[in-house]
Ligand binder design. Sequence first.
Ligand code: SF4
Length: 319
Amino acid sequence: MMGKNKLVRAFKTNGKYVWDIYNPAWPSKAFNSFFINHLHELEYISDEHMSLRRLLIAITKRCPLKCEHCSEGATLYNQDVLSYDDIISRIDPFIKKNVGQLVYSGGEPLSRFEDLVKLITRYNNKCDQWIYTSAYGLTIEKAKLLKKAGLNGAAISLDHHIEEEHNQFRGNQKSYYWVLEGIKNLQEVGIFVAINICPTKEYIDSNSVEIFISLAQELDVPIVNILEPRGVGNYQDKDVELEIKHKESLERISKKYNFNPAFFDSPTVIYPAAYRKMMPCGGGKSYLFLDYDGNLYPCPFCKAKMTLPTSDTELCEAE
Ligand code: SF4
């Protein structure tokens, strides 16, 4: 998938090795489940052996921000309809089938903090657990509770190296402040931290991505994960999708930092979209998205509903 290139670095955290945000740390039960499921995807044995590598779960519609690119803009800020028990009744069947990784998102998962902590505690040591977060309000007290619950990692959204620009993109004047606080507090308690960036065409054209990577390095963040803007939610019908030249630029940067030993001290720069040329999208097969109304989709961007599995049934697309 990476063209026979080898990453020049991995990271050791809490006695385990990590090399990106999508694969559970090694050694762990989560790592084994994740890659056994991957092998079953590659070579089918029987339905009984098929399971998911990753389940993304939107646990709330609440969010303190108002981001320019939000894919959930239409339903955000509405009342949550699923109780904690409703959520676990939907996740448990995947745990029984040894899902490798749970990723909690929203809305902002920290906006439903008590339930988030209960979920992480419930599935601690059963699989890898991450949050995708703006880090808004992520105090040291909350970081300690997340660590105690068993959170493995957090991908924090930062979209510009200039504070005012990031805050404007996120529609909140304190967003940048909380990104830095959240990174610091999670690092202090020993939770692995990565940064998610959604760079606009203008940001890439202004050659700012490498300035951003230097900022991540200054913040001691080992991984920068590049997500492409998509024409959904608030970006529906807007000319936001990256052109070939932007994609090529991001791919060049990703390869430079990941495979050139001269950049050993820099963060790993993940750009998953670059690998779609080599591998089909894993949505609906390797991973699924469970939304805050209990509906199951191939991913947060594809709105074709799937049916929920029980311990006896397999996943299938709804009619
Ligand atoms: S933090 Fe996430 S959920 Fe909240 S507005 Fe921004 S993109 Fe949407």
